[in-house]
Write a protein that binds this ligand. Structure first.
Ligand code: PLP
Length: 454
């Protein structure tokens, strides 16, 4: 229905820029949603879609969790908003900070709140720059990240993001350096073992530090599993190889857990899954199960102590948002953490992971799927024109978009990222729903690959 007053037409002509201008979406039309049920979202025509992306990786408790809505309502009724400035903050803010330290790898630390993951990365970069100046090392400004990393959209977090589209903004800003993406399957050289590849990633880090000067580097940020880069787990032993190098040079390692945090990889934190303790953690998304926009910077003891000393010596870190530590967001986060950790969601991720891996591995037997990669309940299938040589399809064929659009037509939402199809279902998924997800995706893969050969 493209009548001028249809929902779809209204969405197209809406002044809000909601990524409705992409050619692949234009070709199919915008889906306008009214509500959700468990892992399903429902559109204005009553069509149901299994959302295998949990919204944008965040709606881990599904779309109609009564407990989360009730926690929001109770807090709106009790104390609907406050800030966290000038020595005043809500009780919920205090309780959430205590909870975040309790579930973090740290026995003590400090928490800062933002409205998003991007702002949390920005906040921590500014904090590292503030520390450098307070400690008489103003040259310590450089931030190391990796190509393909995704850290957000603000000017600083976009500079951290290792995606070519940031060149459209003249980014990165000076002082942001991108290392090789530790994706063995794509970046490994002929004949190179995974262990040799990891050693090469570590050697590259050493070289970059030597070239730039350790005293100029403020921090190294990494997602445990790259998410928006196309679900890329690190090569084996990666964090064990790079962390000692960073430690030796006094460079903090920051784990951007915006996607991995709170259960996605089968542990509370991605760093737990990959067995390293970072100097700070960036959290968002599942932190509130997507029921409130919120991010958090969780500092470990060392950075917390340095910040305390800088605040004493210079002044308090002059930074914060109006809605930092919003009581409703904090109340929802407290409930979300409880739901994930104590009401079986994390257990369900662990229980479902073998079935997820089996299903993905089976789909990867398709001659046009080059690789399944993933961890816990996040995974990607990479489409290839030729499997033995790993040759991608020409990008003008938009293969992953075609697959995702075909899935949408069949009532499954999944995300095209580069040449990959990404799945990261809500943690509440049941076995039959997982089977439905794979059946629909398999049908779409068969249809699209057959169409390309015809
Ligand atoms: N960091 C990571 C790892 C992310 O995946 C994202 C968003 O997807 C961000 C940061 C940015 O978060 P936000 O979109 O809330 O600003």
């Amino acid at each position: 229905d493209t009548a001028p007053n249809s929902w779809e037409a209204r969405a197209e002509s809406s002044s809000f820029y909601g990524f409705t201008d992409l050619p692949s979406i234009k070709a199919r039309g915008t889906v306008v949603l009214t509500h959700g049920e468990g892992p399903y979202v429902i559109d204005t025509e009553g069509r149901r879609y299994l959302d295998s992306n949990s919204g944008l990786w965040n709606m881990v408790a599904g779309f109609d969790h009564a407990g989360l809505a009730a926690a929001a309502k109770a807090q709106y009724d009790r104390f609907p908003g406050y800030h966290a400035f000038f020595g005043r903050m809500s009780d919920q803010t205090v309780m959430l900070s205590e909870k975040l330290i309790e579930v973090s790898p740290y026995d003590r630390g400090r928490v800062f709140y933002t409205n998003s993951g991007s702002e949390a990365n920005d906040t921590l970069v500014k904090m590292l720059w503030f520390l450098a100046r307070a400690e008489d090392q103003p040259q310590r400004r450089k931030i190391l990240t990796r190509k393909n990393a995704y850290h957000g959209v603000t000017a600083v977090s976009a500079s951290m993001t290792g995606k070519p589209y940031n060149e459209l903004f003249g980014l990165p800003l000076p002082d942001f350096i991108h290392l090789t993406c530790p994706h063995y399957w794509r970046e490994g050289q002929p004949g190179e073992t995974e262990a040799q590849f990891t050693a090469r990633m570590a050697a590259e880090l050493e070289e970059v530090i030597a070239r730039e000067g350790a005293e100029t580097i403020a921090g190294f940020f990494a997602e445990p599993v790259m998410g928006a880069g196309g679900v890329i787990p690190p090569s084996a032993g990666y964090f064990q190889a790079i962390q000692p190098i960073l430690k030796k040079h006094g460079i903090p390692l920051i784990s951007d857990e915006v996607i991995c945090g709170f259960g996605r990889t089968g542990a509370v934190w991605g760093c737990e899954t990959y067995d390293f303790v970072p100097d700070a953690i960036i959290s968002s998304k599942a932190l509130t199960a997507g029921y409130f926009p919120m991010g958090a910077v969780i500092l470990g003891p060392e950075l917390a102590d340095r910040l305390h000393a800088a605040s004493e010596a210079v002044e308090e870190f002059p930074h914060g948002f109006t809605a930092s530590g919003h009581p409703v967001g904090c109340a929802i986060a407290l409930k979300a953490i409880d739901v994930i950790l104590n009401e079986g969601l994390l257990d369900n991720v662990r229980r479902l992971t073998p079935r997820f891996e089996e299903g993905m591995t089976r789909l990867a037997e398709n001659p046009n799927i080059g690789e399944f990669r993933g961890k816990g309940l996040m995974g990607a299938l990479e489409a290839v024109a030729d499997k033995p040589t790993r040759t991608p399809f020409p990008s003008n064929l938009s293969v992953s978009e075609r697959i995702a659009n075909t899935c949408t037509d069949h009532g499954l939402i999944c995300r095209p990222l580069g040449q990959s199809i990404v799945l990261c279902p809500p943690f509440i998924l049941t076995e039959p729903q997982m089977d439905e997800m794979f059946e629909k995706l398999e049908a779409a893969l068969t249809e699209v690959f057959a169409g390309l050969k015809a």
